[in-house]
Design a protein around this ligand. Sequence first.
Ligand code: 4AD
Ligand code: MG
Length: 464
Amino acid sequence: HTVTVAALFSGEVRVGSPVTVKGWVRTRRTSKAGISFVALHDGSCFEPIQLVVPETLENYATEVTGLGAGCAIIASGELVESEGQGQTVEVRADRIEVVGWVDDPESYPIAKKRHTFEYLRTQAHLRPRTNAFGAITRLRNTLANAIHNYFHDRGFYWVNTPIITASDCEGAGELFRVSALDMHNLPRDDKGQLDYSQDFFGAESFLTVSGQLNLEAYCLAMSKVYTFGPTFRAENSHTSRHLAEFWMVEPEIAFADLEDNAALAEDFLKHCFRTVLEQRQDDMAFFAQRVDKQAITRLEQVIDAEFVHLDYGEAIRILDNCGQKFEFPVTWGADLASEHERYLSEQHVKGPVVVKNYPKDIKAFYMRLNDDGNTVAAMDVLMPGIGEIIGGSQREERLEVLDGRMTAPGLADELWWYRDLRRYGTVPHAGFGLGFERLLNYISGMENIRDAIPYPRTPGNAAF
Ligand code: 4AD
Ligand code: MG
């Protein structure tokens, strides 16, 4: 009869059935009538199940009354309609087995009172037991499934691009180096310090910043592909939008241009929003109540509206004429800063906006050069509260134009295989990268990207 808490609420289990649930105590209180009410969670849904525990249980005085937040128990009893307010069903317990006590309840780091997200980051091993992090964990999972299902249903192949690579896809130079270390015989320099300069068995290698270049090769064979996995950036950013290790979803489509790419991004995002509204009503209700009032309505509005498209040039004119003082200058040729991105999506469009055709000098070598010779077929999707959530482009499929853009020393030699793709059956193709944690922040309304990933990696922070 062992079931999850979610099954108790879903109607899967009939009222009157004997049930056993296993989980952790969130709260326990004693009522006057010699009954304990225990709220038990097991991660399966937002709402804990209420256990009504009568004092007639043999271990009532010795154990049940000693239960508090964090204790692990197995409870058996009957599922009954709840007499109290706030829940539909509860379990009238006839047996409580304590599996794991909380040694010293006073020291339990997440006992009782509400904690700030900042504090909970210092308790990354316990924060999944809280309401907010249970909710974000389920949301993350539902979204990951929604992403795989979306592509699977449309004939895309999931390609596992490498984590260790020699190339700096984005050319931004923010790489983590990979060293092959013999832990039993660690290389030391003259001063006895660890020498990390060892290469990956004679080759320079790094953690990937994007799977795109490898993915393009598979796109030009399988037509529709995507990669979804961890990516790494050694940028020294201390913002609420940057992680050193984050997950990225990157689709790539053949025989496609920038407009096809933007249409895919829009349809894909809407699918993600629809799925969480359908499948995570409990958690979305929590986010709307406790984190961001607009959490649900915002998604509903985005699903119903068409994304606004702006050319980079138009975006610059809008920013230049809006009368707002910006920290960073607005001039044609400069990259959009976060404040500009947010103005465009929050003040100007008041919704998602696709900015297209950026100056070539601020974008990566692989983006397709437009006929004007000054801009490339790039697109960023900007979201209110987040700024850039997606970055993508049509790729340069013409070898001679690509060669003209691969000006970084050694790049053309290193990427000989990437050039090959332009020599053997090249076709127009396009793709984009979605920051998975930025998507989670947008949907939940959680403000800090460190709260959208179980164990955030930021400069100087690799604890846990
Ligand atoms: O704009 P980016 O750098 O694009 C690429 O890497 C392309 N190769 C993708 C492609 O076309 N296949 O990154 C894509 C997205 C950004 O829009 C942002 O959402 C997210 O990845 N991102 C980060 N998220 C968290 N922390 C960081 N440091 C991030 N850097 C980028
Ligand atoms: Mg970008």
